[in-house]
Each structure stands twice: as C-alpha cells, then as structure tokens.
Design a protein around this ligand. Structure first.
Ligand code: G6P
Length: 606
C-alpha cells in the first residue's frame, strides 16, 4: 500500500527520495509523486512506475523533500489524485484513510478552500494550511490538524515558508524515522532507507515529530516531548535485491529452505521444547489456555487454517480461525482463557491489528503474534511473540512468509501439547528431528520445478481451475488457488475434496483443470474416490502424490511424485509445488508476478 519517504539533508535529496520509492514499490501502488523545497515548492506526479517519475524529475535538486507511492482508496488512480497534495505552500503525503474527510471538506470549502482532487488526503493539506495561517510554526499546525482527523494516518508535511524542516505524524499507520549524520529521514518501512542509514526510530501511535537537518523532536499523543529508542536495522541491501533471480517471488520461493531453517534455528540444537520460545510469560499463559482463536488475513489466514488441525490433534485445544476483517465486526462469544494468536507477515495489516484490539476489548487478554517484522505494531501490541525469520518479503504474493508461519505454528502446537501433557519424550524428539530435516526436504521439493513447468504450460491457457485437498491439505489447496488468482489472474477455487459432489462437480469438464494434493495419509483412499468423480466427467487431473500413494498416471491424469513423505509436516512441503505452479503460469501469461494488478503487499487500511 501507499509508501512515504521524506528527507532533509545538506545534499540533494531527490535521488534519495526516488531510491526510497523504488524500494517501497513492492508494497503495491498505482501512482507516485514527489514534492521538494528549492526556493519554492515544486511538485511532480506520475501514474506510471517510479522510473517514470525519476525521468521527469531529471535535474530536480533540493535539500528537503517528501515522496509517495499511492494505492488508490478515495479517488481513481490518476495524476490529480496522486500525492503529494498541496494547499498554498504546504505539501502533504499520506498513508491511511481519513474517515471524516467528507465533513471536513465541507468545512474547508466554507472557508474558501478549493479542492483539486477526489482524495481524503487533500483535506489534510488544507487543514494544515488553515492552522498555519492562524500563526505558529508548522509543527503546531500539524499537531492541531491531527486533533481534527479521524481514521488512520501516517503523514509527512513540508511548507515552503519554512524549508528547514519536515513534520511527520502517525496514528494507526506505520511510520519510522531514519537518523543519518547531519541528515534525517522518514519512511513507511525501513527498506526505503536502507541506502542512507540503518539507525531507525519507530514512531508510536499519536507521535508527531519534527525533523531538521541536524535535530529531531518527538512529541507523544499527550503533548510530552519524548525520546524513542534507536534501533539498528538488520536489513541488508542484498536481502531486498534480486541477485541471480528474475523476480522477487522466484527468489523468495527458492529462499524457503533457508528461511525455514532460520525460523527453526531456535530449536535445531534443542533436545526439548520450552514455552519461553514464545516469550517470557508464555509458561504462565499457556498453562491457563483452554482454547485458541487465530486471527489473520489472506495467506496468513490460510496458515491459521492449517494450524487448527495441528492444535486440535496435537494439543487437544479447541481452535477457531477467523478472517480478521470479519471477526472484528462479529458478535462472538469471548473466553478469557483463550489464547488469541495473530498471524501476519507485515505486522501492519489494519484488519488484523483491529481484530486483536477487538478481542482484547472483549476480555481476551492473552495474545501471541506470529510475525515477520520485529518492530511491527502487531508485535508491539502482543504479550507473546514468535518471529518468523523469513527476511524481507518483497513479492506481493506471499511465499516464504507462509511456510515460515507454518513452521512456527508446528512449534506452537508442540509446545502447547507438551504443556498439556500430550507430547511424550519420544514423540517430541522425533518431531524435533523431522523439523531439523525440513529445510533439506524443501530443497528436494524445489527440484520438481521442471515437472511443474509442464503443468503450468497446460494450465496457462485456461480461465478457471479447481484445487482439491482433504484434511490439513485443504487449506493448502486454498493457498494454491489464492496464489494462482493473485498473480496469473486465472480464476481458481479450492474445495475440501469431499465437497466436490455437493456443487463444484457441475463445473468439471475437459476445460477445467483440477489440481489435487494426495499424500499417503489416512484420507488418501477417500480422496481417490473424489478424484474418480473428476475423471469420470472427463476432467483433467494433476495430482501431487507420495512415492507410495498407489496412484497411477493414465489418460487425463498427471502425477508428480513428492520426494519425501513428511507426515505432519506434509502441508509445508505441498505448498512449494503450488507456489511454483502459480509462478510459472503467471510468467507464461506475461504478468508482472511481483506487482500483480490491484493488489498491495501491506494492507494498512481497512
Ligand atoms: C495482503 C497481501 C497478502 C497477505 C495479506 C495479509 O493482501 O497481498 O499476501 O497475505 O495482505 O498480510 P499480512 O502482512 O498480515 O500477512
């Protein structure tokens, strides 16, 4: 979603701003813009890619500026709606949604302000301008303006009558500051500043900050001047660059053995599992836990769906998995002894954060975040946390975040099982052993790529596909269908295979490729009957099977044998071929897999 970069320095900041925008491109955007102060206010906007903006920025030079990538919410993607928005000499970039923009627009119109865009952001520009003309510095004008804003925002503001500062504020949308040597920066995420500084301050909700070239002032929501901790970002340039790969998604698919190994590093040399892997209070919290509620969106929701099978069968805990945007508006029955588990790659997904707050407000205080970003809002709002150590995920379609979430959730199920006396010593050490072998097994599955490419060639010309799985592999079928939709734009639906004859079988004919996940588990024979139903209707079957699954190829049935049978970890392995299938189908269709149309990586608005 929208990305913000701001810079104030003794040198030309335009290349810094453009580079920052390029590094934020992965968040998803449809237009981009930049505003700088060099004698007066200069603004450039483009509905193309950041490279287009870079071209028109040409010889632009300034020591103060703000820049933005926009993902349209209010107002179509167009140059007039692109940020920065201006009011007189004031210029604003904004991430989030201002909910009271309609009433504020009317009020500001009453004061003579004319609106040049359809955005909610433009009201911020006029509002700051209005406060500024009543006297006082930009910092006070921005603070007064934010008092009147309802909704979520991260903003950066400059004013041509005071070129020595940038003022930023955040409430419900991420924003951080970067500290350089005699230069300062602001951005939506640390990757935008990787080329200028590793020294980062994460602003808290309600903070307003003023950046000059050599100083920094932060005021909290209560008007107190505060110091915030400086973090040293661990991001390396290599981790957000392509290297030998053609796309970030391809890189991230192939990074999975390493990402899973990093995530499981905390247990690779352990002989026993301890609750404290999840935080200092985990021992106490897990003892009193009598149910689990998982809240997440998108791919992270699918990880939660898989985890339900593990938590119920291993730990014997009733587990409910809810789409965060639904849960937060639903009258559900709360249980104070329920552990609320949020799963999120970014830790900034607005619905997941709001769902967590909603769960807490209903007296469910014990929370655990499974998240890939250490300083994210989700991590900060949870009692317990487990970091997936996937490294930065740039491709919009989530891959390595998902498999590392699954690895973390297996650990959670094992620890909870142990706390509840359901994990014997022998089983614990066998499971730990399987986890140690998981990265190597993932590498072997990546070796099926040439066969998957052939499947993708068959799939790419089609407009629809079905994905089938049973039990714990049903959510993996859902994730496979989601990947395909996201990047290839082929319509795909996933079904628990037993449901086939209750409706979707009507769709099956030779134009409907059907992909099935068929490991040799207790449901295999049931699944085979479901697959017969497809074959009998002339459907083309593509089956992921174990070596010993007793499933044979024949006319209309293609089988790829998985190199390993991973028992409980099987869903993690079966994810990989489906990711590669979506990837190659999308490439064959000529799509931009890293930036699929209409989608954003980090959904920081409702
Ligand atoms: C967006 C992304 C998805 C992601 C979902 C949840 O829709 O495009 O890939 O699964 O948000 O994001 P989170 O960061 O909370 O896991």
């Amino acid at each position: 979603m929208c990305g913000i970069v701001g810079a104030i320095a003794g040198r030309n900041v335009v290349p810094i701003l453009i580079e920052g925008l390029k590094r934020l491109e992965y968040r998803g955007y449809d237009s981009a813009g930049i505003a700088v102060l060099n004698g007066g206010l200069q603004r450039l906007r483009s509905t193309g890619r950041v490279v287009e903006l870079e071209k028109i920025a040409g010889s632009l030079s300034a020591t103060v500026g703000i820049a933005h990538t926009r993902w349209a919410t209010h107002g179509v993607p167009s140059e007039r709606n692109a940020h920065p928005h201006v009011s007189g000499g004031v210029s604003v970039v904004h991430n989030g949604i201002i909910e009271n923009h309609d009433s504020m627009r009317e009020e500001l119109r009453g004061k003579g302000y004319k609106f040049a865009s359809d955005t909610d952001t433009e009201v911020i520009a006029h509002l700051v301008h209005d406060h500024l003309r009543q006297g006082g510095p930009l910092f006070e004008a921005v603070r007064s303006a934010t008092v009147e804003l309802q909704g979520a925002y991260a903003i950066a503001v400059i004013d041509e009558s005071d070129a020595g500062r940038i003022v930023v504020a955040r409430h419900g949308a991420p924003l951080l500051l970067g500290l350089g040597v005699d230069e300062n920066f602001a951005a939506s995420d640390a990757s935008a500043l990787i080329q200028v500084t590793p020294r980062i301050i994460y602003l808290e909700d309600g903070d307003c900050a003023e950046l000059s070239q050599s100083s920094l002032k932060i005021m909290d929501a209560f008007g107190n001047l505060v110091e915030r901790r400086v973090h040293i970002s661990q991001l390396s340039a290599a981790s957000v660059e392509l290297g030998q790969y053609k796309t970030f998604m391809q890189k991230e698919i192939f990074e999975q053995p390493m990402a899973v190994a990093n995530t499981l590093e905390v247990v690779t040399s352990a002989t026993a599992l301890i609750p404290e892997l999840f935080g200092a209070r985990a021992g106490v919290i897990f003892k009193e836990t009598n149910a689990v509620l998982i809240l997440a969106c998108g791919t992270s929701y699918h990880a939660g769906m898989v985890a339900r099978y593990w938590l119920e069968s291993l730990a014997g805990l009733p587990c409910n998995v809810e789409i965060a945007s639904e849960y937060r508006y639903r009258e559900s029955v709360s249980n104070p002894r329920c552990l609320v588990v949020t799963i999120s790659q970014s830790g900034e997904t607005a619905d997941t954060l709001a769902a967590l707050n909603f769960a807490k407000a209903r007296g469910q205080e014990n929370s655990l975040a499974i998240c890939n970003v250490p300083e994210s809002a989700l991590i900060r709002s949870s009692d317990l946390r487990f970091l997936t150590r996937a490294g930065p995920e740039i491709g919009v379609a989530s891959t390595k975040a998902f498999t590392t979430q699954l690895a973390s959730l297996v650990l959670l199920a094992m620890v909870l099982a142990k706390v509840r006396g359901r994990l014997g010593k022998q089983w614990e050490s066998e499971m730990l052993n399987s986890l140690r072998h998981l990265p190597a097994a993932l590498t072997r599955v990546l070796g099926t790529e040439p066969q998957i490419v052939r499947w993708a060639e068959c799939l790419a010309p089609h407009r629809h596909a079905l994905f089938l799985g049973r039990g714990v592999h049903w959510p993996i079928a859902m994730e496979g269908a989601l990947k395909l939709k996201e990047i290839s734009y082929i319509h795909a639906e996933a079904y628990a295979a037993g449901e086939l004859k209750h409706g979707p079988l009507a769709l099956v004919d030779q134009d409907m490729p059907v992909f099935a996940i068929a490991p040799n588990d207790e449901l295999l024979e049931k699944l085979k009957s479901n697959l017969q139903e497809v074959s009998a209707r002339g459907g083309r079957l593509f089956v992921l099977a174990d070596q010993d699954a007793r499933l044979s190829e024949g006319s209309g049935t293609d089988v790829i044998r998985m190199p390993d049978h991973a028992g409980m970890l099987s869903p993690i392995l079966h994810t990989i071929p489906l990711q590669m299938l979506a990837y190659h189908a999308a490439i064959l269709r000529g799509n931009d897999v890293d930036k699929p149309r209409n989608l954003a990586k980090s959904v920081t608005v409702e």
